[in-house]
Write a protein that binds this ligand. Structure first.
Ligand code: ZN
Length: 274
């Protein structure tokens, strides 16, 4: 039985959490901090290309957990919607090359269309790319985003909407990414996590800073906010998910500090508050 106070075997960090680090700096820094998994953001893969990154990771002790991010499906013009599907097929190929088993989907939103229409477009787009994902052996995880992003990031804003879409799509290739930052406030969270049993593909943690000064880059380290992370983790595990716990923090303030020190802080917060 691993010691809960020192066990980091399920600790994963998103490369965007340590945004200032180049991937060649991030990999050894993660290993030194006891991190065991890495979720790659395409921005950090881009300078080297997927083939080179796959090799770098193979030589490291880190497991590739997910690739962030695909999605952004809704558009007013049919051609733009088709282009988004083409782009996502490329992202799936990139994930396969990287050895990333999951692509996280930030489904997209635009202010010109009503949310219901956009959700329909999102479901149709995912349905259209499922065969490609299946062929590549890559899963697609729908990440519902906090409703404050409904104008330009995601028309999928609740666990309920994501669960319904997954049910509607009916493909084992498609599941959900649960990010506590986006869903912690939801009155039906516990029941919706239970409903997601068998389809949970990713679990993202950070904390909700009070007050939040910036809707994009002001997330907090676990324990420095108001999200009951440990309770939510319990629900997620009860729903059968025992994969990596991914630390995903966007913060101008934390990106400004020494990233090696920051990683130690993340590890300690993970052991204490997650
Ligand atoms: Zn997330």
């Amino acid at each position: 039985m691993p010691d809960q106070l020192t066990d980091t075997s399920r600790l994963c960090v998103h490369t965007m959490t340590t945004k200032p680090l180049d991937l060649k700096e991030a990999i050894p820094a993660y290993e030194a901090a006891g991190v065991k998994g890495i979720t790659l953001w395409r921005e950090h893969v881009e300078p080297y290309g997927p083939k080179e990154v796959a090799k770098m990771l193979k030589d490291s002790g880190l497991k590739t957990v997910s690739l962030c991010r695909g999605g952004f499906f809704p558009a007013t013009a049919g051609m733009a919607r088709e282009q988004a599907r083409t782009d996502n097929r490329k992202i799936i190929d990139e994930a396969a090359e990287l050895g990333a088993p999951v692509v996280v989907l930030v489904c997209g939103a635009i202010p010109d269309l009503d949310l219901k229409t956009q959700r329909q477009q999102i479901a149709e787009a995912i349905h259209a790319i499922v065969p490609h994902a299946k062929g590549a052996g890559v899963k697609l995880a729908i990440e519902p985003l906090h409703p404050m992003y409904a104008g330009d990031r995601s028309a999928v804003t609740t666990m309920d909407q994501a669960n319904n879409m997954i049910l509607q799509l009916g493909s084992e290739q498609v599941g959900i990414a649960i990010d506590v930052y986006h869903v912690w406030w939801d009155h039906f969270l516990k029941a919706e996590i239970e409903r997601a049993t068998g389809t949970i593909m990713a679990f993202h943690v950070c904390d909700w800073r009070v007050p939040t000064r910036d809707m994009l880059n002001d997330r907090a380290v676990m324990g420095n906010g108001c999200i009951p992370i440990n309770e939510i983790r319990g629900w997620v595990e009860k729903a059968g998910f025992h994969g990596f716990i991914e630390v995903e923090i966007f913060s101008d303030e934390l990106w400004a500090m020494d990233q090696e020190r920051y990683l130690k802080r993340i590890k300690n917060a993970y052991l204490k508050h997650v």
